[in-house]
Design a protein around this ligand. Structure first.
Ligand code: NAD
Length: 253
């Protein structure tokens, strides 16, 4: 492992790796979106830590918790709804654009990789997307604006599906909910085929998602970790940069 905390030499070491990259994968977590104003999971006082997460079983079985889940979602919308892609998102979009990066695999649910220009076929959302909703019974997509209108009309109650009356939930994966099979399969394929794996802004503690960096490394890829804090996988990485993501990726061309 090479640990590089000096911004200038870290950028140079990363540039060397990116120069030779032909089919990279960027694996991103909440840390890439903090400069956009969206707190990460473990920030003290962040929205995620203030409220106990509502697990999937509870969402399904309790109408009052569905109301609460939507109340929280709209509170988040008021706080972060206007977030725009940051320097990290834009750098990855450039690397996708010039073909060196094959895919972005993200744990994030904020839609900012799409907003930065990463096309859907190059993006894998492991934990879904909170910018729209789906019916858990029939799968119909519902836009947040529709849910909001119904939620308000019902006096702060979660609406049911307009087609089948099933429960409507943001298109995210909650604790206790099965990981999306297709997204996992695509992420595995990109991981197996990559020559460089860039783990960016993730504490790498949420499994099964955090297994991907190890899988890439086992398959012979160069593993780079960019995160402000140390992670458990630092010792197995080829390059570890403990610095601000935007500062490091800003100049990536
Ligand atoms: P995490 O909160 O566990 O880890 C984020 C890591 O990023 C931390 O180790 C932190 O030190 C680092 N970090 C924060 N800002 C940084 C910066 N500017 N530069 C460098 N490092 C920085 O996040 P996770 O590993 O993604 O897991 C959290 C789970 O919660 C995910 O599954 C995700 O779905 C969800 N989540 C999503 C969002 C989002 O979509 N933006 C935000 C919070 C949580």
């Amino acid at each position: 492992m090479v640990l590089d905390d000096d911004i200038k030499s870290a950028r140079a070491a990363l540039a060397d790796i990116l120069d030779g990259m032909r089919a990279g994968v960027a694996f991103t977590g909440a840390g890439i979106s903090t400069e956009c104003g969206i707190p990460d999971f473990r920030s003290p006082g962040g929205l995620w830590t203030r409220n106990q997460p509502i697990d999937f079983e509870t969402f399904l079985s309790r109408r009052d918790m569905r109301d609460e889940a939507w109340r929280r979602r709209f509170a988040m919308e008021a706080a972060f709804g206007g977030a725009q892609p940051g320097r990290g998102h834009r750098a990855l979009a450039r690397l996708i654009g010039d073909g060196r990066l094959a895919a972005v695999v993200t744990q994030n649910i904020d839609g900012l990789h799409q907003a930065s220009g990463v096309p859907e076929e190059r993006l894998v959302e492991l934990h879904g997307n909170s910018t729209y909703a789906t019916c858990l019974a029939c799968g119909l997509r519902h836009e947040l604006s529709w849910v909001r209108t119904r939620f308000d009309a019902l006096g702060g109650r979660a609406p049911d599906c307009r087609e089948c009356d099933g429960p409507v939930k943001t298109a995210t994966i909650s604790f206790g909910q099965a990981m999306p099979g297709e997204a996992m399969a695509r992420a595995r394929q990109f991981t197996q085929d990559c020559d460089v794996f860039l783990a960016i802004g993730s504490s790498l503690v949420v499994y099964p998602a955090a297994g991907f960096p190890l899988e890439a490394k086992r398959n012979g890829a160069t593993l780079v970790i960019i995160n402000r804090e140390p992670t458990d996988l630092d010792p197995v990485a080829d390059l570890v940069i403990h610095a601000d993501i935007g500062d490091i990726l800003d100049e990536v061309e």
